[in-house]
Design a protein around this ligand. Structure first.
Ligand code: MG
Ligand code: MG
Length: 282
């Protein structure tokens, strides 16, 4: 995938545009999440996100994205053992499944990128646990997104949370710098060592995205040549926020304010959508 060389540092104006891209992306993702229930198709969820992007005059960062063939939708949607890059279609959600939705928006030339995994109706405890741990690992990583920290500090925090809870992180896919392009430098893997990697500076914007496996961390690609699954077909989960490093600490760009959260009414997912780092209850 195209990756800009070097790291782009955003000024105040550019961060404002990134924030707007992130906000609209969050609204699109929230619309898709709000539509999750048994019986709806993954194409229905994609349509809900597409409508929000259209209403705000945002372009999709995903549709047409180069790969084995141009990506055909505005979201990637993955069920159960599917990890990333799933193509929305006719498949209907069933009670007890888990679904991961990833969305990318372009607003005035800047990209927002965020993803989350949720339960379809009631799920077994092990399915809920991989969701909860993956979100917590994202929030632990965000907490390290501070001036003077190293990218390895972020990676190590994500890895520690995941592995201390008995899960595995994926090696082949990573978090990434983001700005005018969806994928810029640096790569921020979900594993690493403290005190290594790039030193974080104010104005850096990075999409952190823990991809977590219940079993073996190896992945395979399905016959559609896009959908990545766990090779052992055990459950996976994926959360992502676009985050800026600022002198005042991490700023979650793909978060929503209280008013937007109230309007959406997804209160049980507020911890994710608000980008809140310090709450124990979800
Ligand atoms: Mg994404
Ligand atoms: Mg991403």
């Amino acid at each position: 995938m195209p990756r800009q060389r070097g790291v782009s540092i955003k000024n105040e104006r550019e961060l404002g545009l990134m924030r707007e891209a992130g906000r609209i992306n969050a609204l699109a993702l929230a619309a898709a999440i709000a539509a999750v229930r048994p019986g709806v198709t993954t194409a229905d969820l994609d349509a809900a996100a597409a409508e929000v992007l259209r209403k705000h005059g945002a372009k999709s960062a995903f549709k047409g994205y180069p790969g084995p063939y141009p990506f055909p939708a505005v979201t990637t949607i993955c069920l159960n053992e599917e990890l990333v890059h799933g193509i929305p279609g006719k498949r209907r959600l069933q009670e007890g499944e888990i679904v991961s939705i990833d969305c990318g928006a372009i607003v005035e030339g800047f990209v927002g990128d965020s993803a989350m995994t949720v339960a379809v109706g009631e799920v077994k405890a092990d399915a809920q646990r991989i969701i909860d741990v993956t979100l917590r690992s994202l929030l632990d990583g965000i907490e390290k997104m501070r001036v003077g920290k190293r990218s390895g500090d972020v990676s190590a925090a994500i890895q520690a949370c995941v592995e201390n809870n008995g899960f595995q992180v994926v090696r082949e896919y990573t978090g990434h710098g983001i700005g005018r392009l969806m994928h810029e430098d640096p790569q921020v893997p979900n594993y690493g060592k403290e005190g290594t990697g790039m030193t974080l500076r104010a104005g850096m914007t990075i999409a952190l995205e823990p991809m977590v496996m219940a079993g073996n961390p190896e992945t395979s690609v399905e016959d559609d040549r896009w959908t990545v699954i766990s090779s052992d077909r055990m459950l996976t989960a994926h959360f992502e926020h676009t985050v800026a490093v600022t002198p005042n600490g991490p700023l979650v760009l793909t978060a929503l304010d209280d008013k937007a959260l109230d309007a959406i009414g997804l209160t049980r997912y507020n911890r994710f959508f608000a980008g809140r780092l310090h709450e124990t209850a979800q």
